[in-house]
Design a protein around this ligand. Structure first.
Ligand code: PEP
Ligand code: CO
Length: 453
């Protein structure tokens, strides 16, 4: 029991986070916020509690070394980049990566998008200055507008509603694609996009796709009715986002009629960011009480005692699949900072999924002024993560990346050879630089090799 645990005098409720210090919260205007929250409390949930429980069951396999998690999508979804094609292309690259991982490493891939709700960003500084003018920082489209103007940077609660509705449409299309035939393994060739096909990783993918096709033909020839095999025709695709805006998350939290437990029905999995993981803070309090599977980002300042306390607080019943710890140390620190955490958690016997976010510890500002990441640094941290897990005899359970299906030039390097001089060609992210489709596929092939190794 820690000072932060709920007690009979301070029981958990969807609103109990309000009694704790709230990091990274916007300055919402009242009464506008209250009116929006009344409306959000009445809208239908995006996901159903039973789906969140299915994801927990799948993640339990990843905690036992029997599955691998691929969590991927935008750093920040954008109101302006909302289109069927963008959703489809992001899904395509995630399906491709998952085929490469499953085929290459022989373990099931659990697919979780940073999608259908990833609209809010924690910031290192509450304000931003340009040419001597200081304005509130951009906190994601669900809070304010990226334009550097005073009015645009005011927090606007109506954006919560717009974010909800965009999430509904996005999830609707994802469900149609993943359950309606588009994700059928027989379509494995169709997921390769034109600009990828001719590249080295695109060709490598084509050859994997052809082998899969051959295997399917073989099974059909053996008399297996592939049309009856749902696992080949549909995929389970889950949604996730950082649970940053607790007013929004609380309004979408509902009591499950089957179990009486509370679920945050804004997404299947919610994660706590590296800046909001304080043990006695509001974000940990809120997520401790919902039934969804939970992720926690762990940066270089994480201490073993603190991580164990987080595990106990967020998963007091030691339920396998409930908790995913996402290491994001940076390529230079992973070998030093991660082993004490992995070993400490292993020695308690508490079940967790260990995943690696090789993006957020490897961001730097290029001489042209934009934020970027080197593909080689990303791979270097991922290799470091696998080495640490292997040395501790712990299963490297997943990878968490920022990517897009588009041919953007935001991260440097890879066989795509994005150069510093290319960065301004297609730099389209709302926040952090994302891997493009080719770099993402490249990462999947290299990760499959690490998993095999
Ligand atoms: C993110 O995932 O976009 C993010 C801000 O990560 P972190 O909390 O690890 O910095
Ligand atoms: Co980011």
């Amino acid at each position: 029991m820690t000072a932060a645990d709920p007690t009979p005098e301070h029981p958990w409720s969807p609103a109990s986070w309000r009694t704790r210090p709230v990091a990274q919260h916007p300055d919402w205007p009242e009464p506008a916020l209250g009116e929006v929250l009344d409306e959000l409390r009445a809208v239908p949930p995006l996901v159903f509690a039973g789906e969140a429980r299915s994801l927990t069951e799948s993640l339990a396999l990843a905690s036992e070394g029997k599955a691998f998690v691929l969590q991927a999508g935008d750093c920040a979804e954008a109101f302006s980049a909302f289109s069927a094609n963008a959703i489809r292309d992001k899904l395509k690259v995630i399906l491709q990566m998952s085929v490469v991982l499953t085929y290459g490493a022989g373990v099931p891939t659990i697919k979780i998008g940073r999608i259908a709700g990833q609209f809010a960003k924690p910031r290192s500084s509450p304000t931003e200055s340009i040419d001597g003018i200081e304005l509130p920082s951009f906190r994601g489209d669900m809070v304010n507008d990226i334009a550097f103007e005073a009015a645009a940077r005011q927090a606007d609660p109506s954006r919560l509603l717009r974010g909800y509705h965009q999430s509904v449409s996005t999830l609707n299309l994802l469900r149609a694609f993943t359950k309606g035939g588009y994700a059928d393994l027989a379509q494995v060739h169709a997921w390769n996009q034109d600009f990828v096909t001719a590249s080295p990783e695109g060709r490598r993918y084509e050859s994997v796709a052809s082998e899969i096709e051959r295997a399917l033909r073989f099974m059909r020839a053996c008399g297996i009715d592939l049309d009856a095999e749902l696992q080949l025709r549909e995929v389970d695709f889950y949604t996730s986002h950082e649970a940053l805006l607790l007013d929004y998350e609380e309004a979408l939290t509902r009591q499950d009629t089957l179990t009486d437990d509370w679920y945050d029905c804004s997404a299947h999995l919610l994660w706590i960011g590296d800046r909001t993981r304080q043990l006695d803070g509001a974000h940990v309090e809120f997520l401790a009480g919902v039934g969804n599977p939970i992720g926690v980002k762990l940066g270089p300042s994480s201490h073993p005692d603190e991580v164990i306390a987080l595990c106990k607080r967020l998963n007091p019943d030691s339920q396998p699949g409930r908790l995913m710890l996402i290491s994001r140390m940076g390529k230079d620190l992973v070998a030093d900072r991660l082993p004490p955490l992995v070993e400490a958690v292993r020695d308690t016997g508490l079940p967790v999924v260990w995943a690696c976010d090789p993006m957020h510890g490897n961001t730097f500002t290029h001489s042209s002024g934009v934020k970027t990441r080197q593909f080689d640094d990303v791979m270097s941290e991922l290799r470091g993560f696998f080495e640490v897990c292997r040395a501790a005899d712990v299963w490297p359970g997943g990878v968490h990346v920022e990517l897009t299906g588009d041919n953007v030039t935001e991260c440097l390097g890879g066989t795509a050879e994005v150069l510093g001089t290319d960065l301004d060609q297609r730099y389209e992210t709302m926040c952090d630089p994302r891997l493009n489709a080719r770099q993402s596929l490249d990462l999947a092939f290299q990760t499959a090799e690490l998993l095999r190794g």
